[in-house]
Ligand binder design. Sequence first.
Ligand code: CTP
Length: 410
Amino acid sequence: SPIFENHFEKMVVEIEGDLKTLADIINETATALDISVYLVGGVVRDLVIGQPCFDIDLVVTEKAEEFAKNLARALRGKIVKKSLFGTFKIEAGDYVFDVAQARWEYYEAPAKLPKVAPGPLRQDLWRRDFTINALALYPENSLIIDLYGGLADIFARKLRVFHVLSFVEDPTRIFRAARYTTRFNLELTGTTIRALELALKLEVLNLLTPARLRNEFLRILEERDPVAPLLFLQKHKVLHQLFSLTLEENEIKSSLYLAEKAGLDIREKLELLALLYAGTPEEFAKLELSPQKFENYQKQLKILAEKRSWFFDSRVSLSEKVFFLEKFPKVILCAAASFLEEDFLLRCFKNYFKVKPGLSGEDLKKLGFKSGPLLGEMLKRLRAAKLDGQIKDGEEEIFLKKELGDGFSS
Ligand code: CTP
C-alpha cells in the first residue's frame, strides 16, 4: 500500500513497480519537450486508495500531439485514437494512456458534449466530475496536487461535485456517482444530493443520446459488483425517469448471476437489463437497442410464462423441458429467472444443455445408419435417454438395439 509523507495538501505518494518505470518515462518525455505533464483523474485516486490502475490519464500544458507521439515511441506502444477534443489514446502493453492538453470546458446546453479550449491545470481539474477525480500527480517528484480537497474526501469517503449544476450539465455523471459510491463505499455530500435532485427535477436524463446512456450501462456492467450501482440508481429514482419497471434486489441479483453462469457477454447482459427495466419498445431503444428486438423478446417471454405450470409438472420428463428451453436465447432464459426456477435454469446452463448423445452422427453411420431424419432422431433419442437417466456412458449401443429391435442393422 502507498506510503504517505507529509500532510494532505503536500502529499507525496510512493509509486512502485511498473507504474514507477512508466512515470519516469512520462517525466523524461515531457522534460525533453520542455513542457510539464501530470497524471490526473482515476489513476491518482487509485494510487491513493492503493488499487491497481491500467488506465492512465495525462495532462500536458502544451504540445499534446508531439508529446503523445514521443511517449508512444518511448513506451513502444502506438497511438490508437485521436479524439475530437484533441486527445490521444496510446496503447502500450497492459496500459492505456490518454494524453490531453490542459483545458477549460464549458457546456452550452444540458447533456450536450462540452466545448473545450486550452486552459490552466487548475481549470482542467475544476471541470471534472468529483473532487476525488480532480487530483493531479507530478511524476518528477510524485507530489500530489490537491487543489479542491480531493484527498480529504477520499479519506472521509465523500463523493462531492464541484457545483450544483454538475449533473445537469453532464447527466452521465449520475451513473459515475452510482459506480464510485458503491465501488469505494462513499457517501454523497449535501451539494451532491442537491445536484442530483436538481437534475432529476429538470429531467435531463432523457436528453442523453442512446449511445451515451448505453455506454454508462456497459460501464456499470463492467463493475465487479454491478448490482450495487443499479440499486443505487433505483433508490435515487434515476431509473424511474428512463424506464417504467423497477426490480426487486433479488430479481436483479438472480438474473445477473444466471447471466454470468450462462456465459452472456456484456452486450447480452445489457439486453437483459434493458429487457428487465423497459416497459415499452421505446424504452428499450434508449440503450441503443432495436425496438423490434424488444417485441420479439417479449413474445418469447410470454411463451415461457404461459408454459410455467407445464414446466413445474413432475410428470414431464427432464429431456422434454431441456429440449424446449434450449430453443430460447440465453438472454430470455435469464430474464425468466423471476418466474422459472433459478436453480433449474442454473443446472440447464451448467449441465443439461451440455449433455451430448454419447455417439456422434459418424459413429451411427459406422453402425449402419444412413444420413437423414432417422439419424437425427436417434441422436436426439440418445440425448434424451441420457438426460432422463435411462443410459449411462458406454451404454449407447445397447440402448439403440433395444429401441430399434430388428431395425438395428449392425
Ligand atoms: N471525467 C469527468 N466527467 C465525466 C467523465 C470523466 O469529469 N463525465 C473526468 C474525471 O476526472 C475522470 C477522468 O475524466 O477521472 C477520466 O474518466 P474515466 O476514464 O471515465 O474515469 P476514471 O476516473 O478512470 O474511472 P473508472 O475507474 O471508473 O474508469
